[in-house]
Design a protein around this ligand. Structure first.
Ligand SMILES: Nc1ncnc2c1ncn2[C@@H]1O[C@H](COP(=O)(O)OP(=O)(O)OP(=O)(O)O)[C@@H](O)[C@H]1O
Length: 544
């Protein structure tokens, strides 16, 4: 492998061997050619972005590098030395650290206990107090707020991810691989993450980052590699001279149309799809996570939900579909009070949901795609003895035709699917069914550009059908382009509800941090706003 010239911290130019270089990796899973003759390298002091559609082979490449899979052919070098990495332990010993999309922390353990586990694997054992101090020091020096005493199951996804990144750094990685790190983060957390990544760059680390957001590629990456169908279509190029359209076309193989600008108001006699009146709810830690929320979603209306991570979004979504009991107030779906009826009452009233964290909350890894299509509404498929699988098969095929999210084949086990492909199953299930209320938490999380656009079209189609939609997203541009109104939360309180067509990032940002609601826009329920003007493709779309 040839050496390359890189800019060293401080601006000096050095000649350096790539920290990591992969040549000709090929990996097949049965009929699927997940990586085909893939070459890729990372230099010291650079960020190399890996992009491509769902199922393009990004995670497979990373797992080959990290020793989770063995390549069928191809070779890998670390700092110029040819290596055969047979396990993650060997990868870590070579200074390769990986932060997975589905974070690998034990929920029942504290942060310190999780770190003790990870460090023990590297042969290092520390007394509990000493380790706690080291975590606090590392947290400080990397600027990543991590509470060593917190129980992991009490942490939000964003907090868990931060914990995981710090863990990888503390176990001695020189090459840090981040698999879609920003897909779970709020905008302010993304800024903090990128500041940290720039810090790592300046110290000569090599960083590989998988993302679906072109804005992030532009913000952080020195080079970009595009995979499509398991092959490299652009290898290690400088993204700066390229347009977004060129990058999208490389990923998707075609251009992606913008969202339709037409947003006719929907006239409906139906009762509100969702009515929350003075609703409070406890979070998992037993403290009030949602305070006295009054909010209405009308039929044919999309209400977006914005807020920094952990502002009550999870509790709001769960309360709205009956999956979490309100501790005070009234929840009505299509005029029916959910009371103590739980999720069954929510489904019976016409609610469907796309959960915040499908992998941990909604997916049974050993079950197939087909079985998941039946799971949320098994009763509908019961026959005299057992379940009518043929009917579920037909129902799934119909949904696939209608929804067109290119769900994985029905016989595939969900455990073998990529994060984006699991999300497609959740979306197809929720958006392919008749419902009066759709509660979608982060619907485009982990989706590639074309699928994000299709998902946004589906949300608008449900709106046009007269459903009410509550859509949570960390991507403000996405909210502003699909929602009629945006409800903003801060620390579990509704700080304002603003028309999406006239708001802006500054106003939303102020409400997200709890600044008083601006004088004009109505707080709480108002009629659906005028159609949003056609704007630039949202980050969750063009840039997703
Ligand atoms: N363990 C496995 N068994 C069978 N097929 C697999 C396995 N892992 C991945 N695949 C398949 O290999 C292909 C590449 O998947 P991979 O997870 O690498 O894609 P990706 O680019 O990371 O996608 P995403 O953006 O959705 O995370 C997909 O068709 C996927 O279903």
């Amino acid at each position: 492998m040839s050496t390359v010239t890189v800019e060293a911290p401080g601006g000096a130019t050095t000649t350096a061997e790539p920290l990591l270089a992969v040549t000709g990796f090929t990996k097949r899973f049965g009929e699927v050619l997940a990586n085909s003759d893939v070459s890729f390298d990372v230099r010291p002091g650079e960020v190399h972005a890996l992009i491509g559609e769902n199922g393009a082979g990004k995670s497979t490449l990373l797992k080959l590098v990290y020793g989770i899979y063995r390549p069928d052919s191809g070779e890998m070098r670390v700092a110029g030395e040819r290596v055969a990495v047979g396990s993650p332990t060997q990868a870590r010993a070579l200074g390769i650290g990986m932060v997975f999309q589905d974070l690998r922390l034990v929920p029942a353990f504290t942060v310190t206990e999780n770190y003790a586990l990870a460090l023990a694997r590297t042969g290092l054992t520390l007394r509990h107090g000493e380790l706690r101090r080291r975590i606090a020091d590392a947290s400080e020096s990397y600027g990543l707020a991590v509470d060593p005493t917190a129980l992991v199951r009490h942490l939000s996804i964003g907090e868990r991810q931060r914990t995981e990144i710090l863990k990888v750094l503390m176990t001695g990685a020189r090459i840090v691989i981040l698999d879609e790190p920003t897909s779970v983060l709020a905008p302010s957390e993304v800024d903090a993450l990128f500041a940290m990544v720039n810090g790592l760059k300046a110290q000569g680390f090599g960083v590989v980052i998988v993302t679906h957001k072109l804005a992030e590629v532009r913000a952080i990456a020195d080079r970009v590699t595009v995979l499509r169908g398991g092959r490299v279509v652009l290898g290690g190029v400088d993204p700066k001279p390229m347009t977004d359209a060129e990058l999208v076309e490389a990923m998707v193989g075609q251009t992606v149309a913008p969202l339709p600008a037409e947003r006719p108001a929907v006239v409906s006699e139906a009762p509100p799809a969702l009515e929350l009146v003075g609703v409070s709810a406890l979070g998992d830690r037993g403290v009030t996570a949602l305070h006295d929320v009054t909010l209405t979603v009308e039929p044919g209306e999309i209400v977006g939900v914005a807020g920094v991570a952990g502002s009550g979004q999870r509790e709001l979504c769960e309360v709205a579909v009956g999956a979490r009991q309100a501790s005070a107030g009234t929840v009505r779906v299509s005029g029916q009070e959910l009371g103590r009826g739980g999720p069954t009452a929510g489904i019976a009233a016409g609610a469907v949901d796309v959960p915040e964290d499908p992998v941990n909350d909604a997916v049974v890894p050993t079950l197939t795609v087909l079985e998941h299509m039946a799971l949320s509404n098994l009763r509908a498929f019961l026959r005299r003895i057992g379940v009518d699988w043929r009917r579920i098969g037909r129902h799934t095929a119909e949904i696939n035709d209608r929804v067109r999210l290119r769900m994985a084949p029905a016989h595939r086990r969900v455990a073998d699917l990529s994060g984006g492909n699991i999300q497609r199953v959740m979306l197809s299930r929720a958006l392919g069914r008749e419902a009066s209320l759709v509660v979608a938490a982060y619907p485009s999380r982990g989706l590639d550009i074309a699928t994000t656009r299709r998902t946004q079209e589906l949300l608008l189609a449900r709106r046009a059908d007269g459903a009410g939609l509550l859509v949570v997203s960390e991507d403000l541009d996405e909210l502003m382009s699909v929602a009629d109104r945006i409800a903003v939360f801060c620390a579990g309180r509704l700080t304002g509800v603003v028309p999406a067509a006239t708001t802006n990032r500054q106003e939303l940002g102020a409400l997200m941090t709890g600044a008083p609601a601006p004088a004009e826009p109505a707080v709480a329920a108002v009629a659906p706003a005028a159609p949003a003007a056609e704007g630039p493709m949202p980050e969750g779309g063009e840039g997703t």
